[in-house]
Design a protein around this ligand. Structure first.
Ligand code: ATP
Ligand code: MG
Length: 462
């Protein structure tokens, strides 16, 4: 059994509220991550993961935060439907938060019911685990537990709780909350906590900022490389340890379209695929602003912090080039290769090519099948082969940079529809294939949606 620690709960009291989960009627484990449970020494027990039974040694709290939502300042958010049970250490000494989401109201619920329904819980479970197996930093899913209760959204839906595991759940919005309250005690305590936990080399706020800038640059480049659209990159969903967090309206693109948006509430396309790097930089500027009150020489700090935020651009470019270079078989891509990568993306956009299959096809037998303008693709292909060098050496590079299987939106929707009717087979099938996303183990899951299957929007009724 895992040893719990509660280091966040030892921070100043204004940083959280002690909040127990609200028990539910009929807990039932719908999904359980045995491998993660074994890594962390956690039990397989529906009563615990529904919040009906306390986990030994835990001290449940809800964390307070604030945030910019779609650019608008919201001074008071916080875990409105989540509780942090505490932290566990794995065998290597790495520390992980264990959190229930959908476990009932907290002092930060505002008008919400503190609950989640089965659909978003299973989406978060499948997509976050897929991200993990794609080697993209993310929160993880330990359990999905049905509550036996009904949740009211745009109708009545079965309720569920997800157990989430993360190196921490600290967000840019956590810093913003204390900065906006002029609470220097909490801001300093949070900064010290985060440095100790996530950036032990950092000697102060500037180096912490630089560290987070690099983490976010790597993260967003990784998202771009698999066609992932987060959908709700508010500062309260911008993770300080650089994880993908909050899988509300996220989706992977099928056809490549740089302006693609899925979230039904993102009317302006603020969080469109191609805007993600700019938004990350904007969020990091908010992080820098929140750290400023800790600096004795404010004028000088504004200068150094601005430079640190501006470093996002080149850091992202480098990470993007490494990712997309590998996608076309290059481990040594330089700026000189940018036109070739960009030309391919332009072709893909023009042809409406499937993002995943067009890249995966490059190392296969018939790459041209993914394109309609055969003359244009042929010319690109010839130039590319000339740059590539020996194909056999490049193939494994591509095959480990271009997933064969991603959690396609229509499969997620089909999986949710089936689960609501009590059929978990599609959930398990998706989960199994997504454990090895670089192997086309389940051919049918590589297929893009038919016109009838396309899911144009993901809804925020989470
Ligand atoms: N049903 C609900 N009841 C209470 N609060 C809610 C509910 N849904 C969302 N919230 C709160 O509204 C805010 C914004 O919600 P958002 O969808 O970004 O987060 P989330 O999906 O609940 O959680 P997380 O970011 O931890 O994944 C958060 O503070 C969240 O706790
Ligand atoms: Mg959120």
């Amino acid at each position: 059994m895992a040893q719990f620690d509660n280091s966040y709960a030892r921070l100043p009291a204004q940083m959280f509220s002690q909040t127990a989960p609200t028990p539910v009627k009929a807990p039932e484990l719908l999904a359980f991550n045995d491998a993660l449970a074994a890594q962390l020494g956690l039990p397989k027990d529906a009563e615990i993961w529904a919040g009906n039974q306390p986990l030994e040694g835990s001290m449940p709290i809800a964390q307070v935060y604030a945030g910019h939502q779609f650019g608008h300042w919201n001074p008071q958010l916080g875990d409105g439907r989540a509780v942090l049970l505490g932290e566990v250490l794995d065998a290597s000494g790495a520390r992980f938060d264990v959190q229930l989401k959908g476990s009932g109201p907290t002092p930060y619920s505002r008008r919400g019911d503190g609950r989640a329904w089965l659909g978003p819980v299973l989406r978060e479970y499948v997509v976050s685990e897929a991200m993990h197996h794609l080697a993209i930093p993310t929160t993880r899913a330990l359990a999905a537990t049905a509550t036996g209760e009904t949740v009211i959204r745009e109708g009545l839906f079965p309720g569920a709780v997800i157990t989430r595991v993360a190196s921490s759940h600290i967000r840019v919005g956590t810093f913003q909350f204390f900065a906006s309250q002029d609470d220097l005690e909490a801001l300093q305590a949070l900064t010290d906590h985060v440095i100790a936990r996530h950036a032990p080399h950092a000697t102060g706020p500037l180096e912490l900022l630089q560290h987070v800038v690099q983490k976010q640059a790597d993260l967003v480049a990784a998202w771009m490389s698999v066609g992932f659209i987060h959908g709700v990159m508010n500062t309260d969903n911008c993770s300080v340890p650089g994880l993908t967090i909050d899988y509300g309206p996220c989706a992977f693109m099928d056809r490549y379209n740089p302006r693609q948006v899925f979230s039904s509430i993102d009317q302006q396309g603020r969080y469109a695929y191609q805007n993600q790097p700019q938004i990350a930089a904007w969020n990091l500027a908010q992080f820098a602003t929140a750290l400023l009150p800790l600096m004795a020489d404010r004028e000088q700090a504004i200068e150094t912090f601005t430079a640190a935020v501006n470093a996002f651009g080149p850091a992202f470019q480098a990470a993007w080039l490494a990712r997309f270079g590998a996608k076309i078989g290059l481990t040594d891509a330089t700026e000189d290769d940018l036109p070739m990568i960009e030309a391919l993306l332009v072709l893909m956009a023009k042809d409406g090519a499937d993002f995943t299959n067009a890249f995966r096809g490059l190392s296969g037998q018939a790459p041209q099948d993914q394109f309609t303008d055969q003359a244009a693709f042929g010319a690109w292909h010839e130039a590319w082969l000339a740059r590539l060098g020996p194909f056999e050496a490049a193939k494994p590079i591509m095959d480990s940079a271009n997933p064969a299987i991603i959690p396609r939106n229509h499969r997620i929707e089909q999986m949710i529809t089936a689960a609501v009717e009590g059929d978990m087979a599609p959930f398990h099938r998706l989960g199994a294939a997504l454990r090895t996303p670089f192997v086309a183990s389940d051919g049918d899951l590589t297929r893009p949606p038919s016109d009838a299957e396309i899911v144009p929007a993901t809804f925020c009724g989470t």
